[in-house]
Design a protein around this ligand. Structure first.
Ligand code: F6P
Length: 543
């Protein structure tokens, strides 16, 4: 289906063309109820999108687009366990992973018995470690856990683990290693005692180069210190390929399964969350799942005009496809959400960074914008200049939690003030008259004329603010599920498959062909001249 040919799409386009561009300053001046009418709240989350360049008509037209894209039908198909990931012939059932009980989905395919059994095994395993009753090969209790994984097998648990570190087990170290660069693993190993360290090899496929090499190196380190027989006590696996984990030397009882219907970037809720569960405990992990499930229910049952993921997705569509934005900045005003932008980069761009539709035809419109971001407060003193005066349209997601887990006097108030100030300044800017008035109090006319152009802020930069009452497990569960469903809704509207990732394959294949050529110049001969030059230089300096 070419969505751009739909009546709803054309109506939005006509609406955009007919309404003369109104500055956000003007929109707020005209409608005092705007902040309230263009906000939604749900379970301790306030979503204020009043600083987006939309009005109630825009929203109405956008929801018609969601209907025209048959979002209801696609949602039922996903929650019903249909194989909507067509290019991989898989169902998409990460929502089952947050359920407290079954059956789910209804019908022949009930995944809940396996999901619940695995969650129970994970909880027992985590509790054992947390209580000091999991022992290494020499009989000493496990004190450090290293999750070795990359992409979805790293970003989710690491992001939430950092967000919830205030409730993490105080005596356990939980570490994440993803990078092929030995500069991540080697210094970590120097700080660890092999007798008290457990490695979790997190890999859905159990073939990912980065993870397998890091796991082999960790295994080598352990064996060098404790001998071959120790591997069984110091390794566990989180994988959809249990046999490969057993071949690696991991005991069957330490292999925790996930399934082909869990996409890597949606796997936080599965066994891939084990390192996180060990850190925060099974109860807090259950709260995280409950928060996500609450968002699933909201998504399923709320009319689109008041449905957080749907509205968020539609605003993204408006900004990208009708206003022409090419990127979206994610700006957490919360140190604990430090890893949230990189988590979202995978979730959004690996899912919807595609230009071919589910029908194999080129898309008729742009799809996912470039997602980027950084802790907002740090960003203010780095790249915000471009947001304020760079002349580019960059929609922003501001995210803050009202209550801090680390309440130093005055800090939280100042942080929130900065967050709110930035979205206001980006939206409203400063006019030339306002700037002139300000400067004229202290400057001569000549100096003023010279400085004036630099002191004008165009404003009209759209943003939304997600204000969380606090960053507890439920809220962060809901936050992640919110973005997951946003991605799904956008994928449906763009008409693409959000659940495959063929685009990352080419680089992997090329890397495999280049690797042997690093050591053997003869193998480089068939490669392009630039790669040959890079290899020759590397060979010279590796020697
Ligand atoms: O390279 C992309 C990818 O397949 C991601 O989708 C996935 O999260 C990551 O690699 C890791 O894959 P695995 O869990 O199979 O090691």
């Amino acid at each position: 289906m070419n969505i751009t040919a739909s009546t709803a799409w054309k109506a939005i386009e006509a609406h955009r063309l007919s309404s003369s561009p109104v500055h956000l300053r003007e929109m707020f001046a005209r409608d005092p109820g705007r902040a309230n009418s263009l906000s939604l709240s749900f379970d301790g989350i306030l979503y204020d999108f009043s600083k987006q360049r939309v009005d109630s008509t825009t929203l109405q037209l956008l929801t018609a687009l969601a209907h025209e894209a048959r979002l209801e039908e696609w949602t039922q198909r996903m929650f019903g366990g249909e194989r909507i990931n067509a290019s991989e012939d898989r169902a998409v059932l990460h929502v089952a992973l947050r359920r407290a009980n079954g059956p789910f989905p209804a019908g022949d395919l009930d995944v809940m018995p396996e999901v619940l059994a695995t969650r129970q095994r994970m909880a027992a395993f985590a509790d054992n470690i947390r209580s000091g009753n999991a022992f290494g090969f020499t009989g000493m209790p496990i004190r450090n856990v290293v999750n070795i994984g990359i992409g979805g097998s790293d970003l989710g648990p690491k992001m939430v683990g950092y967000a919830l570190r205030s409730i993490s087990h105080p005596a356990l170290g939980v570490h994440y290693v993803s990078n092929l660069d030995g500069a991540q693993l080697a210094p970590l190993l120097q700080t660890l005692d092999p007798r008290t360290t457990l490695f979790l090899v997190a890999s859905k496929t159990f073939t990912t180069q980065e993870t397998m090499l890091n796991a082999q190196t960790a295994r080598g380190w352990l064996v060098a210190n404790l001998g071959d027989a120790a591997v069984g006590n110091h390794f566990a696996a989180l994988t959809a390929k249990p046999q490969r984990a057993v071949e690696f030397g991991i005991r069957e009882e330490a292999v925790f399964p996930l399934w082909d219907w869990v996409g890597g970037r949606f796997s936080l809720w599965s066994a891939v969350g084990l390192a996180l569960m060990i850190a925060i405990g099974p109860h807090a992990f259950a709260d995280l799942l409950a928060g996500a499930q609450r968002m699933d229910e909201h998504f399923l049952s709320t009319p689109y005009e008041r449905n957080l993921p749907v509205v968020m997705a539609l605003i993204g569509i408006w900004n990208t496809n009708f206003l022409g934005a090419t990127s979206n900045a994610v700006l957490p005003y919360n140190e604990s959400l430090k890893y949230f932008p990189s988590f979202l980069q995978q979730l959004e761009m690996e899912s919807n960074g595609k230009a071919v539709g589910i029908d194999g035809q080129p898309l008729a419109c742009a799809s996912n914008p470039i997602v980027w971001g950084e802790l907002g407060n740090n960003g203010q003193h780095a790249f915000f200049q471009l947001l304020h005066q760079g002349g580019r349209l960059v929609p922003c997601d501001f995210i803050a939690a009202v209550r801090s887990d680390y309440p130093l006097p005055g800090h939280q108030e100042a942080l929130l003030a900065n967050c709110f100030a930035q979205s206001a300044a980006l939206a409203f800017g400063k006019t030339i008259d306002e700037a002139r008035n300000e400067l004229s109090r202290t400057m001569s006319p000549a100096a003023l004329a010279e400085l004036l152009p630099h002191k004008v802020f165009p404003g009209n930069q759209p943003s939304s603010t997600l204000l969380l009452s606090r960053l507890d497990p439920q809220t962060i569960g809901a936050l992640v599920a919110l973005y997951e469903h946003k991605v799904f809704v956008q994928g449906v509207i763009w008409g693409l498959n959000s659940f495959d990732q063929w685009g990352v394959e080419l680089g992997k294949a090329v890397a495999n062909s280049i690797l042997p050529a690093i050591g053997d110049p003869a193998l480089a001969e068939k490669l392009d001249t630039s790669t040959r030059q890079l290899l020759a230089f590397s060979r010279q300096h590796l020697a």
